[in-house]
Design a binder for this molecule. Structure first.
Ligand SMILES: *Cc1c(COP(=O)(O)O)cnc(C)c1O
Length: 302
């Protein structure tokens, strides 16, 4: 099984995208996806400070929230287990008769799964059955998607993996905004940080990111809301065709929830001459390839 592979931070590297050079810009991709086939790169960075704090506080069990295909759920299961914690995943919706590949992977890391209704999930209610089996004062709760200040602090280290000082633009795809908050905090005052929202009409995102960054750094943030392809985890044939074409031309795999939309946006903005000549763009491949397991077989060529 893929999940039993080790985590390899030393695999992180930067890949140039040669076919985009004709537009007089340089595009390079930071390959956080190479760390592990299941545990996405940005999730590990977001989780590490929470897990350190939980250890420091003497907690034994990590509780967190997510949907049936959540990269955050499976990454939490794996990373917390590695540090000796028990894990509980509070999953949105009825328990299905067949678990999704993501939840099967989480179970293989011994995460205990509790399913709650969408209504309860909206309120982030922890079911009482959890506390019948676990001591309340030994549990540590991590927000859905790892949103929060400690997550952003962990995400700063993404830019410390490489020498990132020469890029004019850093671009990534945004869910909760925690990762991009870290990128803003770790980047330098002459760099612009661009976020592609993976959701439709999620206009509260700006404020949620601003809550996690200093006033100075807020000014360098720019969000695009028009590359969602119908909404979170939605896709169209055009997106799938693009992902296959991107793989043919750049040899970089992507996922349909996040990074496919990111690379589509990068390509589209470049074709529209959005970036000034001689721009040097760093696109963050935040992982998430495990999510493609939910697509019909043969959809993608990689
Ligand atoms: C979770 C995730 C994101 C979103 O990260 P946020 O910090 O929530 O904005 C982006 N890309 C991938 C692959 C993810 O799994």
């Amino acid at each position: 099984m893929l999940v039993n592979q080790a985590i390899h931070l030393e695999n992180i590297r930067v890949d140039p995208v040669h076919f985009l050079q004709k537009f007089h810009t340089t595009v390079e991709v930071l390959r956080l996806d190479l760390v592990h086939p299941v545990i996405s790169g940005n999730k590990l960075f977001k989780l590490k400070e929470y897990l350190k704090e939980a250890k420091f506080l003497g907690k034994e069990t990590i509780v967190t929230f997510g949907g049936a295909y959540s990269n955050h759920i499976v990454a939490t299961a794996a990373a917390a287990k590695e540090m000796g914690f028990k894990t509980i995943g509070i999953i949105r919706g009825e328990k299905p008769t067949v678990l999704s590949p993501t939840l099967m992977d989480a179970s293989s890391y011994e995460m205990e799964l509790h399913f709650i209704t969408r209504e309860q999930y909206r309120k982030k209610l922890i079911p009482s059955s959890v506390y019948e089996q676990h001591e309340l004062n030994k549990t540590y709760v991590i927000n859905e998607g790892g949103y929060g200040a400690l997550g952003a602090i962990g995400a700063k280290d993404i830019l410390h993996c490489i020498d990132s000082g020469s890029y004019t633009h850093i671009i990534d795809v945004v869910g909760t905004g925690t990762t991009i908050a870290g990128l803003l905090e770790a980047s330098s005052p002459n760099q612009l940080v661009i976020g592609i929202s993976s959701m439709k009409n999620n206009y509260s995102l700006q404020g949620e990111i601003e809550n996690l960054v200093s006033d100075e750094n807020k000014k360098r943030l720019l969000l695009f809301h028009d590359y969602h392809f119908g909404g979170y985890a939605k896709y169209t044939n055009r997106l799938i065709e693009f992902m296959n074409e991107w793989y043919r031309l750049a040899s970089i795999p992507s996922d349909f929830v996040y990074t496919g939309k990111l690379f589509f946006a990068v390509n589209d903005l470049i074709e529209k001459n959005y970036f000034p000549p001689s721009s040097k763009i760093l696109a963050i491949h935040s992982g998430g390839l495990q999510g493609n397991q939910s697509l019909p077989k043969g959809t993608l060529i990689f």
